[in-house]
Ligand binder design. Structure first.
Ligand SMILES: [Mg+2]
Length: 234
């Protein structure tokens, strides 16, 4: 579906703004290049550790698959499925993922944060809105590293959610925790097939951050431009 299918929000109706994290609050391009370089240097010095590259690739691929299947029990499946394909234990997959996907990237995140994101957070709070994060990945440590503070964090791995986007369970959980109506909860994301579709299914408005020029009324390229459009609540 095209990003054009999302529509610009009427800010007067919006009480809660929920941000996707990866690719929405920070630029994934430089982070991925940084991590690829780090992995390369690590493996050059320790060629017997080279299998970690395939473990990460397989973990990522399986998560995309679980999202498309809208599978449940994802907390276990995300490690068990790649483990059985790689012929290792789920704990081994988890150890590699924890170190290389969750822990090591943290120190680079702040430098990759999008311009204007912190100012938008402040503006939203000043105008009495709840700021939330909703991610398919663990998000609290990332938000801390990004120096962005939210009122609420929901992830796909929370027991009450247990589904990846575009399943609407996580977003509906935010709606419930914030005590709002779906129409009052704006999701800001970066992938139409995940974030956009999730919002449509939950009945929430959505804005997509795109690279380059905005491609439709439901898209924006720069938080500083978005900031100027945020009005007060009714
Ligand atoms: Mg994203």
């Amino acid at each position: 579906m095209s990003p054009l299918s999302t529509s610009a929000p009427d800010w007067r109706d919006i009480r809660v703004v929920v941000f996707d994290v990866d690719g929405t609050l920070y630029d994934q391009g430089p982070l991925r290049r940084q991590m690829a370089q780090e992995i390369l240097l690590y493996c050059l010095a320790r060629p017997w550790k080279m299998s970690l590259v395939r473990t990460i690739q397989e973990f990522r691929r399986i998560r995309e698959q679980l999202a498309e299947e809208e599978a449940d029990s994802i907390l276990r499946a995300q490690f068990e499925r790649p483990a059985s394909r790689l012929g290792v234990s789920p704990a081994e997959v988890e150890t590699v993922v924890e170190e290389w996907m969750f822990e090591r990237p943290l120190r680079h995140l702040r430098a990759c944060r999008y311009e204007g994101a912190a100012e938008l957070f402040s503006r939203l709070k000043e105008t009495g809105r709840t700021v939330a994060a909703f991610s398919d990945y663990p998000a609290s440590r990332k938000l801390q590293a990004l120096e962005l503070e939210t009122d609420l964090v929901v992830t796909a791995m929370d027991p009450e959610v247990d589904r990846f986007k575009p399943h609407p369970a996580g977003l509906l959980r935010v709606v419930e925790l914030a005590g709002a109506e779906p129409a009052q909860v704006l999701l800001i994301g970066d992938r139409d097939e995940r974030d956009g579709e999730c919002a449509r299914r939950a009945g929430c408005p959505c804005l997509l951050k795109v690279a380059g020029a905005p491609t439709g009324p439901g898209t924006f390229a720069d938080y500083r431009q978005l900031l100027s459009s945020v009005g007060s609540r009714d």
